[in-house]
Design a protein around this ligand. Sequence first.
Ligand SMILES: Nc1nc2c(ncn2[C@@H]2O[C@H](COP(=O)(O)OP(=O)(O)OP(=O)(O)O)[C@@H](O)[C@H]2O)c(=O)[nH]1
Ligand SMILES: [Mg+2]
Length: 441
Amino acid sequence: MDLGRSLRAALAKFTGAPIADEKAVKSLCRELQRVLISSDVNVKLVFELTKKIESRALDSKLAKGLSLREHVVKVVYEELSLLMGEKYEPSLKPHKILLLGLYGSGKTTTAGKLAHFYKSRGLSVAMVSCDVDRPAAYEQLEQVARQSGAAFYGIKGERDVKRIIAEASRRWKEDIIICDSSGRSAFEEPLVEQLKEINKEFLPDEKFLVISADIGQIAGKQAEQFHQAVGLSGVIITKMDGSGKGGGALSAVAASKAKVAFIGTGEKMDALEPFDSQKFVGRLLGFPDIGTLIEKVKKIAEEEKLPETAEEKLTLRVFYEQLKAAKKLGPLSSVFSMLGAADMPQEVVRTSEEKLKKFESIINSMTPQEREDASLFRKQKSRIERVARGSGTSEAEVRELLAQFERVNNLFNQVKKNRGMRKRIEKMLQGSGLDLKKIGG
Ligand SMILES: Nc1nc2c(ncn2[C@@H]2O[C@H](COP(=O)(O)OP(=O)(O)OP(=O)(O)O)[C@@H](O)[C@H]2O)c(=O)[nH]1
Ligand SMILES: [Mg+2]
C-alpha cells in the first residue's frame, strides 16, 4: 500500500471511531508508527513524531472551536509536514545549476525536467554536458535538451571538464544554465575531485544532489556526505512515484543539513515540482486545503443535531442529497475521509457536476415509492425504462445511478452500527443547508 493510502486509512480509522478519546489517539499514533516505519522513515524520527502528536493532541488546550477529532487531524497534518521538511521557492532570476549524484539517480532526466520547469516560466535554458565518463552521456543530454527545447553545449569526446565549461561559457547567453555531471556507484574521492573542478570553473548558484527515493532513509547520510564534500544548496529526490520509501528519503533529508528542493514524480518532462512539505502532506492525507476543510467541518458541527431517528435507512433520495451536500464542501474524497469513510467507492467520489444533474432528473422522474425503495427497480425492470424516458436520460445512466447507490448502501450498512459516523453524515447533510424534502419525498 502506498504511503498516502496507508496514512488516510489510519486517519479515517480515527475520525470514524465512535469516540475520539485518549485511547483512540494512542491507537492512531501506533498506526502512524507502523505506516511510517514501513515507508522507511527512521525509527527514532517516527517515535519523536508520535510523541509530539500525542502530547499536543492530549495535553495542549484544544484549538478554539475545534473538536478533539478535528484538532488531532490538524496536529497530525502539521507534525507530518514538519517531519517531511520545508518549502523551497525556486529563484526565477538567471542562475546556474549543477546536478550531481550517484549512477542512475536521475540527473540527466532531471536536467530535462528543470529545463521544462524554467522554460514554462518564461526563462531561456541551456544545458552543459559534463558527464565525461559514461559512454553516450553526451548524446543522451543532447537529446534531452532537444526534447525540452533547451540549448546544448558540450565537446564530444572531451574528458577535461574545465575545457568544456570554459568553451561553453564563451557562448551561452541563456538565463538558466544546467550542468549535468558524471555518476559513480558510490560516494568516493575521484567523483568529489571532479565535482570540485566543475565547481571552480562553473561557479553554480545552486548545487543539487539528485537522489532516488528508492534508497529511503540512507538519503540523509548521502546528503550529509555530499554536503560536507562540495557544499549542497539542496537535494532533488526523484522516483517518488515508484518507491514506497519516499517518506523515508524525504524525512531523512529534512533531518540532515541539506534541504529538499524539488521532487520528481515520473519519467515525463513535467513530472517535477518544487518541494512544499505542507502541500505534499496535504495531498497524502487527501486534504489539499486542510484549513478550509476544517473550517467547513467545524461549521457543520455547530449546526443543530438531527433527531436521533433521522434516516435509519439510506434511500435514493438521501443518497442523492448526500452526494450533493458533500460536493458543496469540496473534493468528495477529502470530505469522505474526514468523515471516516476513506473507502468510499471511487466512481462515487468522482461523480461530476454533470452526472449529478442527470441523477437529479432521474430521481425526480421516480415515484415517491421508488425513491424510498430502490429494490423496486430490481423487481420490475420496466421501471428503469420508464424513468429513463421520463428524465430524458438513458437506461444505462439510470442503471449507473442504481449501481452507485447499491455500493454506497452496502457501505452505509457496514457503518450503520457506528453511530459516530452516521451522525456526522447526518450533520454534514444538514450543514449543507439543503432541504431534504425539496427533491421528491
Ligand atoms: N519513475 C521515474 N523514473 C525516473 C524519474 N527520474 C528519472 N527516472 C528514470 O531513472 C532512470 C535513470 O535516469 P537518468 O536521468 O539517466 O539518471 P542519471 O543520474 O543521469 O544516470 P547516470 O548518468 O548513469 O549516472 C531513467 O530510466 C529515468 O527515466 C522519476 O522521477 N520517476
Ligand atoms: Mg546521466
